[in-house]
Write a protein that binds this ligand. Structure first.
Ligand code: HEM
Length: 153
């Protein structure tokens, strides 16, 4: 058992995972505090609102994405993105918008379109002085959504 515990500890260290207990640990309780470190690093809700307030007009203006957003209610999209980024970052919010798959299903979005949107988001975060590591953490949490959003292969 000791050898297995050591092996697990080494593997966890190698892959930067939290250590696994050899004996069954109690499951994280629903009352455990949420990890809101990324939400705080983004500047809380005011910081997120500044990012989405910069991001949406860029999406409308950028020639790579403008066609998609030409009929968009910008204020509504900003509000939905603010809620969603807050949730994704571990903040105390509820996303009240349409689920990602449904929201994007009739849009013919390619991987290139998705990457363009990510670059526009990076530009918005740069403009709002979001540190590089914080940007990457938010992007890493948004990236898996490509499975529900990219629908042209
Ligand atoms: C991680 C990537 C993305 C996220 C997190 C995201 C998030 C969202 C959210 C929260 C909404 C609002 C849904 C609602 O109204 O309830 C939305 C709508 C929309 N998204 Fe995305 N999206 C992503 C990628 C894309 C891409 C790549 C495109 C196209 C280039 C796109 C185009 C649109 C359009 C056109 C709308 C509808 C706006 C309207 O109401 O007119 N999205 N998206």
């Amino acid at each position: 058992m000791k050898k297995i515990t050591l092996l697990l500890a080494v593997l966890c260290a190698a892959f930067a995972l939290p250590p696994v207990q050899a004996q069954s640990a109690p499951a994280a309780s629903a009352a455990a505090p949420a990890d809101d470190a990324l939400f705080r690093a983004l500047g809380g809700q005011p910081g997120i609102d500044r990012i989405t307030g910069d991001f949406v007009p860029r999406l409308v203006a950028d020639p790579r994405t403008s066609e998609f957003f030409k009929k968009t209610n910008q204020a509504h999209l900003k509000e939905m993105l603010s809620q969603q980024f807050c949730v994704v970052a571990g903040g105390p919010c509820v996303y009240t918008g349409v689920p990602m798959k449904l929201a994007h299903q009739d849009m013919d979005i390619s991987k290139g379109d998705f990457n363009a949107l990510v670059e526009v988001l990076q530009a918005a975060m740069d403009a709002q002085h979001v540190p590089f590591a914080t940007q990457n953490q938010l992007l890493a949490r948004l990236a898996p959504m490509h499975r529900d959003i990219v629908n042209v292969h």
